[in-house]
Design a protein around this ligand. Structure first.
Ligand SMILES: [Zn+2]
Length: 414
């Protein structure tokens, strides 16, 4: 048994319901002053004030107790949208964007996702694993204990399978928890430029059945955007994914709204992600369903674009989460504290709303909120010890790493 005691704040992010937090619930992060948390066998065995837990704390050997005076503990971050498995980086395109080139122009000129595809093909398994491991290590150092990671730079059966297999091999021996998503429909490969329907058929008839049978992914995602995959393609891929037992996530309304959000809501997707260009019709669909609006303010920041209407969504009782979108093109960061800061400053979220979106609601978007995302009795001990007096300092003191130590399933991993 171990404990952290005398914490200035123990921030639980707990919720009375197993559903995502919405509206005013987002402003409740469950702060316990002079807090303590007790951990045993990877699970949380006590949450409360140090005073209320004193009898149990007295039984724990001194060397297993951390004095958290002047510090806080919060749940580990759940980063529920990343493209973390990739080879090489694309800083040259970043420089091009600064000179005014549009992201979609770079993609259509063979750059963007297609250049990452070439780098993936040209890299050895060891190189891809090593680079992805370094990213996971940085994520843990910045407080992420659970990460969703997508394929989508392979764009062929062989390379998509390879990406997901490497992701599984790495996650099996890495402390961070990985939730895998198949994103074969991330871009149209050049060899299918004039026969997109054939590529969609390949995704549906070959890739999804193999990936589902090998249990290499829990979710299926599509990049639903003008010039890439339209709503009809998305529907075809999603119907196939459902029939093979995969859950749905969707890149939607990043640049233009095509109706993907409404489709994803109708099909019971776990999340709809980006939503920079969401319409009133999309917002209405999100109001009425359990699908979570997964917002990625780092992408708006890095692409120098407008931000998704996070404030309006919370005010309209739409459930939102926050994620990094860590990828080599439009947003290269592993830092959830940075994302929380961007969400507060650019979407006008309160620090409490942003923290709930980055923890409990992130877990809801992955359907794992019964285990992780908040600090409650019986849940897994995924938590962060942070060097601050209050959680409100997370967005306030930006550009630094406020995480002193990261705990996953009861063990310090960073
Ligand atoms: Zn993405």
């Amino acid at each position: 048994m171990k404990a952290i005691i005398n914490l200035n704040q123990l921030v639980t992010c707990s919720h009375t319901s197993s559903k995502a937090k919405r509206g005013p619930e987002m402003n409740d992060v469950g702060v316990i002053s002079n807090g303590a948390i007790i951990i045993d066998n990877g699970l949380i065995r006590g949450v409360g004030s140090t005073y209320s837990l004193q009898k149990t704390i007295d039984k724990i050997p001194k060397e297993n107790i951390i004095d958290g005076k002047g510090k806080i503990v919060i749940p580990g971050f759940v980063d529920s949208h990343t493209h973390a498995i990739f080879a090489g980086t694309r800083e040259a395109e970043f420089a091009m964007r600064l000179q005014g080139k549009a992201y979609m122009d770079i993609l259509l000129a063979g750059g963007g996702i297609l250049s990452s595809r070439q780098k993936l093909i040209d890299s050895t398994d060891d190189e891809i694993i090593e680079q992805t491991k370094a990213r996971f290590d940085r994520m843990m150092a910045f407080g992420t204990t659970t990460v969703e990671a997508k394929s989508g730079y392979g764009l062929s059966t062989e390379q998509e399978l390879r990406s997901l297999e490497l992701l599984k091999a790495l996650s099996d021996r890495h402390a961070i928890e990985v939730q895998s998503t198949f994103l074969g429909a991330h871009a149209i490969p050049p060899e299918y430029k004039d026969s997109k329907a054939d590529y969609v058929s390949l995704v549906c008839n070959e890739m999804i059945p193999i990936i589902a049978s090998k249990k290499l992914a829990k979710y299926c995602d599509v990049f639903c955007e003008k010039g890439v995959f339209d709503v009809e393609d998305t529907e075809r891929i999603f119907e196939t994914a459902i029939s093979h037992g995969l859950e749905l996530r969707l890149h939607s309304d990043e640049i233009e709204a095509l109706g993907g959000t409404e489709l994803a809501c109708a099909l019971g997707a776990r999340s709809v992600d980006h939503l920079i260009a969401v319409t009133n019709s999309g917002l209405k669909a999100l109001e009425k369903c359990e699908t979570i609006a997964n917002l990625l303010p780092g992408t708006s920041y890095s692409l120098m674009k407008t931000f998704a209407p996070g404030r309006e969504m919370i005010d309209r009782n739409i459930a939102i989460s926050l994620s990094t979108d860590c990828n080599p093109g439009s947003c290269y960061t592993e830092s959830m504290p940075m994302i929380i800061s961007l969400a507060c400053l650019n979407m006008k979220l309160t620090p409490a709303e942003a923290l709930n979106a980055a923890t409990f609601n992130g877990a809801c978007s992955l359907g794992i909120q019964d285990r992780v995302g908040s600090l409650e009795m019986g849940k897994e001990a995924d938590l962060l010890l942070m060097d601050m007096q209050s959680y409100e300092a997370i967005p306030y003191h930006f550009g630094i790493n406020p995480v002193l130590r990261t705990m996953k399933f009861g063990e310090w991993i960073s």
